[in-house]
Design a protein around this ligand. Structure first.
Ligand SMILES: NC(=O)c1ccc[n+]([C@@H]2O[C@H](COP(=O)([O-])OP(=O)(O)OC[C@H]3O[C@@H](n4cnc5c(N)ncnc54)[C@H](OP(=O)(O)O)[C@@H]3O)[C@@H](O)[C@H]2O)c1
Length: 334
């Protein structure tokens, strides 16, 4: 079977397909024929050496996939051949708080990932895919959607709350959709006016362009009668955190997720003077994935897919994600 690996050096030019022996499931494991996978910003960072400079190579990349069960190992009871499944980002985080051991079980990081025709995953690291979702839609969920869900549930999102989402990538568009479904009001930012128009079409109340309006935290306060938003889904990191802390109300919540805006300095005074809660988020557990699937099924939500590339064009899909021109998720059909 074929798999996409980062070969012997970092850089997108070192992505290549490798032939690997077909894997077989051991006890507690499930062999899955991958039908679709999706890319995350993390995959780009890993390939470029920005995530783990000590990554062991060659490494099969990718954390997000959905497919059909081909065979199960001894002791597996939750799945049978033919079942439609999606893998969990962390194979060893079933429920409760995250642990260091669970973090090491993230696919496509310290262990091989899912950009492959066949993968062996743990029974406890799989969820059933609801009938209403295609493989492409299900493959969009494991990292970005579960992260957005964890951020919103962990910050008390619900009716009466205002949530600010930054940019229109995978995590942020899921956060927009889930926050709306949970009854919150959503403010969106983007570096592109056409993407802002699409975010409004998905239910955001208002949007601003963070390139032409770099003081977007003031705009967020104006949108909330000077009070500030309840929750910021913070994907910019050091380059946006200070503005995010100023965009939330007293006692508001900043869910710290990403690093898109690069380096920056951070003055913590606003955090303490305004009693802001800043909470790091690292994807989520299988239980969170299952809770999120119930909301998706109940609300009839559909992941927003920017484009589906053929498996053979995975390197081109990486370049497309790198360009930042996408809206929502970049997917590959396998
Ligand atoms: N902690 C976790 O568990 C976790 C999980 C998933 C992702 N992440 C992180 O979260 C971030 C987003 O991941 P993703 O997969 O959703 O990425 P993505 O799909 O590649 O999203 C990129 C989008 O972010 C927006 N953006 C870029 N720079 C920005 C800035 N300075 N301010 C605001 N928005 C900006 C752009 O949207 P516009 O074109 O609309 O401006 C861009 O298209 C990444 O840093 C990723 O590593 C962390």
């Amino acid at each position: 079977m074929r798999a996409l690996v980062i070969q012997n050096a970092f850089g997108l030019d070192n992505l290549a397909f490798a032939d690997r022996p077909d894997p077989a499931p051991g006890p507690g494991e499930v062999l899955v024929r991958v039908r679709a996978a999706s890319l995350n910003y993390r995959d780009l960072m890993i390939a470029k050496g920005q995530y783990n400079p000590k990554l062991k190579m060659p490494r099969v990349l990718g954390s997000d996939a959905a497919g059909e069960v081909v065979a199960v190992g001894d002791g597996v009871t939750r799945f049978a051949p033919g079942d439609r499944v999606a893998g969990c980002f962390m194979q060893d985080w079933e429920a409760g708080p995250v642990s260091e051991a669970a973090a090491k079980s993230a696919l496509g990081g310290e262990i091989d990932g899912v950009f492959a025709e066949l993968v062996v995953l743990k029974e406890r690291g799989l969820v059933p895919v609801p009938d209403a979702l295609s493989f492409e839609e299900a493959a969009a969920l494991p990292c970005a959607a579960v992260t957005a869900w964890n951020a919103l549930i962990g910050s008390g999102c619900g009716p009466g709350k205002t949530v600010l989402v930054q940019g229109t990538g995978g995590v942020s568009i899921f956060a927009l959709q889930f926050a709306k479904a949970l009854g919150a009001r959503v403010l969106a930012t983007s570096g592109h006016d056409d993407k802002l128009a699409r975010a409004l079409g998905l239910g955001a109340t208002a949007g601003t362009n963070y390139k032409t309006n770099p003081d977007w935290e003031k705009w967020a306060r104006q949108q909330t009668d000077g009070v500030g938003v309840d929750i910021v889904v913070e994907v910019g990191g050091a380059g946006t955190l200070e503005r995010s802390v100023k965009a939330v109300r007293f006692g508001g919540h900043v869910a710290l997720i990403g690093v898109l805006a690069g380096a920056g300095t951070f003055n913590p005074v606003s955090v303490l003077m305004r009693a802001v809660r800043v909470q790091g988020v690292f994807v989520g557990s299988r239980a969170m994935f299952e809770d999120m699937l119930r909301l998706i099924a109940g609300e009839g939500l559909k992941p927003v897919i920017d484009r589906v590339f053929p498996f053979a064009d995975l390197p081109a899909a990486f370049r497309h994600l790198e360009s930042g021109s996408h809206f929502g998720k970049v997917v590959v059909g396998v």
